[in-house]
Design a binder for this molecule. Sequence first.
Ligand code: C5P
Length: 301
Amino acid sequence: MTTQASRGRPPTQLTLLSPAKINLYLRIVGKRPDGYHELETVMVPLDFGDTITLQLRKTSITLECDNPNLPADDTNLALRAAKLMAETFQAEKGVKIILQKRIPLAAGLGGGSSNAATVLRGLNRLWQLERSVTDLDPLAAQMGSDINFFLRNGAARCRGRGEIVEPIPCRLTATVLLANPGFGISTAWAYQRWAEQNRPLTVPPTDISLLCRALETGDLDGVARALHNDLERPALWKFPVLELIKTAMREAGAVGALMSGSGATVFGLFAKRAQAEEAAGQLRAQFGAGMWTQVCGISQG
Ligand code: C5P
C-alpha cells in the first residue's frame, strides 16, 4: 500500500490492493427463508488482485474504472460502498475512486466484494472515521455475502450467507494457479442449479475441521485432500471444460485442483512456483488465447 501524506497530516490519497479470494471448501447446508443458502466455507485471500486508488475530494463521490465491461454506475459495489459509508457515518467528505481491474468478472474470485471491502476500509482511513471492523460489518453484510470476509483480510471459516466470519490460522505457503476459461457464471444461477440437482453425494465431503487443521499446520497434502465445493457439480455438468482444466492442472503437478466459489475460475495448488508457471503456459497452449491464467500466492494478511 502507498499513501501520500505530508508530515503528520492525514493522507489525501491511498493506493490499496483489493485482493482476490479462493474457496478451499464450500458446503451448502440448507436453504434459508430469505432465499439465500446457508453455507460452511473456508476462504483464503490471495496476494493478487485489483488496485484501488482513493483520492480525497470535498463532497463528490465518483468512480473511474478501466474495464468497460464493468459499469461505473450505482450498480458497482465500489461506488455503492463509498456512498453507504458517507451516508451511514455522515462523513461529509468526498472521494474519487480509481479502480484498476485485474480480477476477472463473475469468476468466483470475489472481485466485486473485495472492491467494496477495500473501499470501506480505505475510506475509514482517508476520511478519518476511526470505525472498527465490527462497525463496518453491517454495511458489508447489507451489500453482499463475501464482503465481511474481505474486511478482515485473512483466512477464515464463514457461515450464514457467508457473512459470519471466523478468522482461522493459516500457515500454508503454496503457489496458486488461477485459470479462467473466459466466461462468467452467475452466482445466483449456480445456487439455483445446485438446489434443482441436489442429490446426496456418493462420497460425503471431508469434514471441514480436517481442512482447518491442515491449514493451521501448513500441510499442503492435507489441504489438497480436504478440498471440496458443492457448487462444482452443476458447473462441471454445464461446462465440461472446467473438468478438463482440473485434470490438466493435476497432470502438470498440482497437488489439488478445485473450482472456486460459483466459478468459473479453477485453481490449482502447487508446491513449487516454477511448476505452476509451467502449468499456466501449458493451459494457455492447450485451451487457446481465451484462457486467462495467473500465478500467485496466499496472502499472509
Ligand atoms: O450476496 P451475493 O451478491 O454474493 O449473492 C449473489 C446471489 O447468489 C444471491 O442473490 C443468491 O441468489 C445467491 N446466494 C445464495 N446463497 C448464498 C450466497 C449467494 O443463494 N449464501
